[in-house]
Design a protein around this ligand. Structure first.
Ligand code: B12
Ligand code: SF4
Ligand code: SF4
Length: 356
């Protein structure tokens, strides 16, 4: 780090806002590294097993709530938000209401955000270094063991809503977060105040009852977890509740009144690709593994692989209205090489036989 006296840190703070805006971030803020209350909430969440199979949530011990353990020397966290709402996509409620269509979470309709945010944050750090000389830093997006929402709240970017996502008064919650952990002692921002008030709309809106109390999410019931993180069979009592959601879920955010203030993504890479906003379940289910690879490469969906993708669509087809087309698509994959897919296909066919 350069000599602290040699840099005008408050001047640099204003430049940080300008650089971040130029790189496509909707907001940026600076937090210190102390989040003891969030650490307690994290430890309780883990002890209750709410993380399910996400062993990575436990693996790094206290590192997740103490950024200085992840990157020694860290005294500040620069937290930034990037809006992803794909404005031109077919409306979410219309897709959710049409059981023949596949609902893909809004954040995954375009390109994978990890690379986009990481590149922009690395460029932000580079510009700061151009201004003040070399300093220590580490860029984090999603997968690093960091409590991103708590740090973003302390950086003034937004508050943690009762559905547990971060919300900004002027931008709702349809955004990603990323951070630069740094040894630059920048002035810290005022933490964001909470504005859920007496609203509880997201809690009953959750199809699977995953928000067990305000601010408390049992991930094992969350459709996002079940369709993305969970590798095995989807618990049968939850399958029906998943509806046509084949990748992630947005329901708790769709009902949030603060999303009236959401902004459309500025980054062109968040535009819908492969017509995923209007695709039918049968059409997606008939993709081969090679087609999945070609079409989903560069998307966050690629990370779950063909087997989980097929498992999820089989569940949604089981929930669709019975039709010759749906039955044909399911029959076509009855002998799928994956036992997991076969089991979900049988479940889906069984449901249609029951209905028929
Ligand atoms: C694990 C994880 C998941 C898990 C668990 C979610 C969760 N709430 O923890 C699953 C797979 C379910 C998931 C789903 C989604 N995720 Co996710 N996920 C993460 C990840 C990797 C870690 C989150 C974490 O630390 N959880 C630990 C628990 C303890 O945190 P928590 O539940 O939020 O609890 C906090 C508060 O609620 C509070 N608290 C807890 N208990 C209590 C009790 C009381 C009484 C009080 C007052 C407070 C309180 O303190 C806790 C710590 O701050 C982050 C990236 C990161 N590195 O941070 C992305 C991240 C949170 N996910 C993100 C997104 C976009 C999603 C989805 C919207 C994707 C989708 N459409 O399907 C959904 C939203 C589901 C939801 N309602 O939260 C974004 C959120 C952006 C935003 N605006 O907030 C992040 C930040 C990724 C990113 N870099 O952009 N996710
Ligand atoms: S993402 Fe869906 S399943 Fe998960 S908490 Fe929100 S509404 Fe419930
Ligand atoms: S729906 Fe209401 S309670 Fe839930 S996060 Fe939004 S404002 Fe808060």
């Amino acid at each position: 780090m350069p000599e602290p006296g040699a840099i005008n840190l408050s001047g640099l703070r204003s430049e940080l806002t300008a650089y971040a805006a130029a790189l496509g971030f909707g907001a940026v803020g600076v937090a210190s590294v102390d989040i003891p209350e969030d650490e307690r909430h994290l430890l309780r969440w883990l002890s209750e097993g709410f993380h399910g199979e996400m062993h990575y949530m436990q693996r790094h011990g206290l590192m997740r709530s103490r950024p200085q353990l992840l990157a020694p020397g860290t005294v500040r966290v620069i937290s930034a938000r990037m809006d992803y709402w794909p404005g031109a996509a077919r409306e979410a409620p219309a897709v959710l209401a049409d059981g023949a269509l596949a609902y893909v979470s809004r954040y995954a309709l375009g390109r994978d955000y990890h690379k986009i945010l990481r590149r922009a944050l690395a460029e932000l750090a580079r510009r700061l270094q151009q201004r003040v000389g070399p300093f220590g830093y580490r860029v984090c997006v999603d997968s690093a063991p960091v409590l991103e929402k708590a740090l973003a709240r302390d950086a003034g970017v937004g508050w943690i809503g009762k559905h547990t996502n971060l919300i900004a008064r002027d931008a709702g919650s349809w955004f990603f977060l990323g951070e630069i952990l740094t040894d630059l002692p920048l002035p810290v921002d005022v933490p964001a105040s909470a504005h859920c008030g007496s609203c509880q709309a997201c809690i009953p809106a959750c199809p699977t009852g995953a928000i067990v109390a305000p601010f408390r999410l049992d991930a094992r019931r969350c459709i996002s977890y079940l369709t993305i993180e969970h590798s095995g069979a989807i618990p049968s009592e939850l399958r029906e509740l998943i509806g046509n959601r084949i990748y992630g879920c947005d329901d708790c955010q769709l009902v949030c009144p603060w999303n009236e203030f959401a902004r459309t993504a500025a980054h062109p890479d968040f535009k819908v690709r492969n017509a995923l906003d209007t695709a039918s379940l049968t059409e997606l289910f008939l993709w081969s593994a090679a087609q999945f690879d070609t079409r989903m490469r560069g998307s966050a969906i690629y990370r779950i692989g063909y087997v989980r993708w097929s498992r999820n669509i089989a569940v949604a087809l089981g929930n669709a209205q019975t039709s010759a087309e749906v039955l044909r698509a399911l029959e076509a994959r009855r002998d799928d090489p994956s036992a997991l897919v076969r089991e979900h296909v049988e479940w889906a066919l069984q449901r249609h036989r029951w209905v028929a």
